[in-house]
Write a protein that binds this ligand. Structure first.
Ligand code: URA
Length: 267
């Protein structure tokens, strides 16, 4: 295979290639520029001429998502820009299988932020978090403490978001690289909302927010803090878990009462 074609295959598979500098010093190698452009790989690959379109590599490429390296991303600091960035995101492989991105819902200045794991099938179809069976239970739980996703007034408002904004296929847990790719979006949402209290629903949200791999049993029901501003975080059961284990609802009720009391003190 000639060198130009080999380079094209490697580029199409997302692999960096290396070339000797002009002076031929083997200790002095430099990265091959991508299609002579500073654009992210995604756009340079799409724009490239296609001499191998009929090859097996081209078939493979058609199924491989072109992930935009995180280093190229600028995370907007305003709500409109952030929504648009999430809607267009290709930072991880979940963009390949999603139907919609699921940004979040509720009041942008809510004192309470509730954070789940990631969209399921219904959320993926509708583009809104917690609209399936677990979401209906979450709405009931929030109602017991006088909160609703449709309320704008501080006394009743909540903002609901997820650790990842795209559905993990088959409702599996989000993988580490997916959580990392979505990290700046959730961090920015928290920065914009500036909640007085964050409630983490379940293990994935709790571990992500608290940067720990401790099990849920050690995290639930204790006082934690998120970020430099030390926003209080309370960890409770995920409503999907409560649907599978209704015997735990009594403990969840204790958690809700705690959340209600803590919010009353903080707001
Ligand atoms: N489970 C989650 O963690 N988030 C959703 O949006 C729906 C179900």
């Amino acid at each position: 295979m000639d060198s130009a074609r080999r380079q094209l295959y490697l580029r199409r598979l997302g692999l960096a290639t290396w070339r000797l500098r002009e002076d031929g010093d083997v200790n002095d190698i430099a990265p091959e520029p991508v299609s002579g452009s500073s654009e992210p790989l995604a756009s340079s690959v799409q724009a490239a001429p296609d001499p191998v379109a009929e090859s097996p590599v081209a078939d493979l490429q058609a199924k491989v998502v072109v992930v935009q390296p995180a280093v190229h991303r600028v995370i907007p600091t305003d709500w409109g820009g952030l929504r648009a960035a999430v809607a267009d995101c290709t930072a991880c492989k979940l963009c390949e299988t999603r139907r919609s991105t699921v940004f979040g819902v509720g009041s942008e200045h809510a004192p309470l932020m509730v954070i789940g794991e990631g969209p399921g099938q219904e959320e993926d179809a509708r583009g809104e978090p917690f609209v399936g069976a677990a979401g209906r239970l979450l709405d009931q739980m929030l109602k017991t403490i006088g909160r609703s996703r449709t309320q704008a007034s501080d006394a009743q408002a909540v903002f609901i978001a997820n650790v990842v904004k795209c559905r993990p296929p088959g409702n599996r847990d989000p993988q580490v690289d997916e959580v990392e790719a979505c990290r700046p979006y959730l961090d920015r949402q928290i920065e914009l909302v500036q909640p007085k209290l964050i409630v983490a629903l379940g293990r994935v949200a709790a571990q992500r927010l608290l940067a720990t791999d401790a099990p849920l049993s050690r995290l639930r029901g204790k006082q934690h803090f998120y970020g430099a501003n030390k926003i209080p975080v309370f960890v409770t059961y995920h409503p999907a878990y409560l649907l599978r284990s209704p015997g735990e609802k009594a403990k969840s009720w204790q958690d809700l009462k705690h959340i209600h009391r803590q919010l009353a003190e903080l707001v």
